[in-house]
Design a protein around this ligand. Sequence first.
Ligand code: KG4
Ligand code: ZN
Length: 327
Amino acid sequence: MLVLGLESSCDETSIALLQNNSIIANKIYTQEVHSQYGGVVPEIASRAHIEKVDRLCTAVFEESGLKTTDVELIAVTDSPGLAGALLVGISFGLGLHTSYGIPVTGVNHLEGHILSVLLENSEITFPFLALVVSGGHTAIYRVDDYGCYIRLGQTIDDAAGEAFDKIGKLLGFPYPAGREIETQARSYQSEECIPFPVARLSTPGIDFSFSGLKTAVKYHLAEKDETYIKNNIPLICYSFQKTIITSLVNNMARAVEETGIERIALVGGVACNKTLREALAAQFDDRVYFPSPLLCTDNAAMIAKAGYERFKRNETRIPRMSPNSSF
Ligand code: KG4
Ligand code: ZN
């Protein structure tokens, strides 16, 4: 089955073609315009999606040699995300659906991230635990089958990626700052670090909190002069990143202990982080699965995969925009 995936929930416009489980095309346009504002500006994002979506779609068909009429299902992200940005992908998908009579389904962005791991790791079997770490979300899911997801915990404030981006902004890095923080942290040559706090929550479940860490870094920087900060960027990045990773690994360890499930998938933009990958692999050996970086950050191949699986279990749905929907 040939599935056309559409993703426009935040600052990536992406269109993919998936033939069953094989990626034929996965074009991603990242809107760099937001870096000058230190974060995504919703109205600019919507306009940038409008400008790109049609051209990207044409390029996908030209490069693959396939035609719109070859498509058997359209899968489009309909929640959660920025309202105006989602609307662009949904309208485009519904336009193709109406013009060509191709079946369409809405897809939850987080389901896309979770299933992204299956595009390259077909050997991973259900049930498994998924640690979803992105700019908008940080959560642990128990994945019993396609369509069967139980959330075991989530952040009660900032997402992990958001914490990376906010600390990066304090340090003067362009948005998104995750990759630069990782590069700086990996250049640090010592093990000595600033003891930033790892949040311990009294809520039931396996929740995360990163706002205290963000405040701790902010106060630490406020106490220091510019020269200290300039000379200690690797130390600060190393200490901050180590604290985030400790929290993610500790909570995964709890999830493994509580569920008895030992297979783990690390997905979402922050899953690009090599140090996090290494820390999870060190703790859980070869039971950890990662998508390649292009499938970790927002992309339409994962949306096509989620749509394809919805189609197979007869659960397609008319896209319904629900910007804040939890999952
Ligand atoms: O999944 P994604 O593309 O978008 C959302 O759904 O939010 O994730 C983007 C997030 C950004 O916060 C970015 O800073 C973070 O992923 N990120 C990283 C790395 N690469 C991207 N965070 C830490 N280390 C990285 N190497
Ligand atoms: Zn995402």
